[in-house]
Design a protein around this ligand. Structure first.
Ligand code: ATP
Ligand code: MG
Length: 281
């Protein structure tokens, strides 16, 4: 059997003597709740590189497309276990920043340090193959439309992500089933994506982003296509699966209610960070 250090199934049930609200327990990975979620200790008020406790630290990122300046020098650190919202008007550079942090695109200049068990790694020095490997194993992704494979079932979509990490089929399917159950989708494993509601499909995408044991989940408007009640459900699932489990979440959103549920909000304008709620804390 192939072993993969990041491969995980949802946390095992634990006794929890605290009273949990219905919302907290609905998609809960047992043992996780808001009170148990410790914000990054020693959080520094200034966003930027070289901060202790950062899982990802970007410094002075720039990116231009022809005459368009998409990033005009952005420094930001993503801390372990935090849910970070990125807001800003259309065209302000949110997706460009997210894609840079996630190694999907390479910035023109600046540095992005990834901190982990293997020490510090500079993402901008990595080859395309190394970044692809990173995206597959250490990062998870949830996009507005889910980007699920419509011809596969919910279970197959989630299991495939694990199998692409080298996990053999049986184990991958078992883990996929557990993650779908943790997302409140028990009984829907064999449905194809088109046979699910928008919110259910997004929860499949969250399960897929988690099944590999991703340390950081990147989400670009994950609730952008959903009504407000479903959006709230999906955010609950996303937060339960990520920051409440000690992982980091970076979520681009236009929705102030989504941002309000995160630990920290950064606002962008014209390719720069205008405001960081951590700096005001
Ligand atoms: N591949 C590309 N080619 C050319 N220009 C691009 C490309 N990607 C982004 N841009 C430009 O860079 C700027 C920032 O785009 P980005 O997608 O980061 O904005 P955004 O904040 O995510 O906007 P939205 O809220 O509409 O998704 C925009 O002016 C956009 O037109
Ligand atoms: Mg965008």
């Amino acid at each position: 059997m192939t072993s993969h250090p990041g491969f995980q199934t949802p946390a095992a049930p634990q006794q929890n003597t605290r009273q949990q609200s219905a919302e907290q327990t609905r998609y809960a990975q047992p043992g996780l709740d808001r009170a148990a979620h410790q914000p990054y200790p020693g959080a520094h008020p200034t966003a930027g590189a070289h901060q202790p406790g950062a899982v990802l630290a970007a410094h002075a990122l720039t990116k231009t497309y022809g005459a368009t300046v998409a990033l005009a020098g952005v420094s930001i650190a993503v801390r372990a276990g935090e849910a970070l919202a990125i807001m800003g008007a259309s065209g302000s550079g949110k997706t460009t920043l997210l894609h840079s942090l996630a190694g999907i695109i390479t910035p023109d200049s600046g540095s992005i340090e990834l901190h982990g068990d293997g020490g510090r790694r500079e993402m901008t020095d990595m080859s395309e193959a190394q970044r692809t490997d990173l995206r597959r194993t250490e990062f998870g992704f949830v996009f507005q439309e889910g980007m699920l494979l419509p011809e596969l079932t919910a279970l197959e979509n989630v299991a495939l992500a694990a199998m692409l990490c080298g996990i053999e089929r049986k184990r991958a399917e078992h883990a996929a089933g557990e993650w779908l159950a943790a997302m409140g989708l028990r009984g829907m494993e064999s449905r194809r994506i088109g046979e699910l509601s928008g919110g259910q499909a997004q929860r499949v995408a969250i399960a897929r982003a988690q099944v590999t044991g991703a340390r950081i989940v990147f989400a670009d408007e994950p609730t952008g296509a959903l009504d407000s009640a479903t959006s709230s459900d999906v955010m609950t699932a996303l937060l339960a699966a990520t920051s409440r489990a000690g992982r980091s979440l970076v979520v681009v959103t236009h929705d102030p209610e989504v941002a309000a549920r995160c630990d920290r909000t950064v606002r962008m304008r014209d390719g720069r960070i205008l405001d960081d709620s951590a700096a005001r804390a």
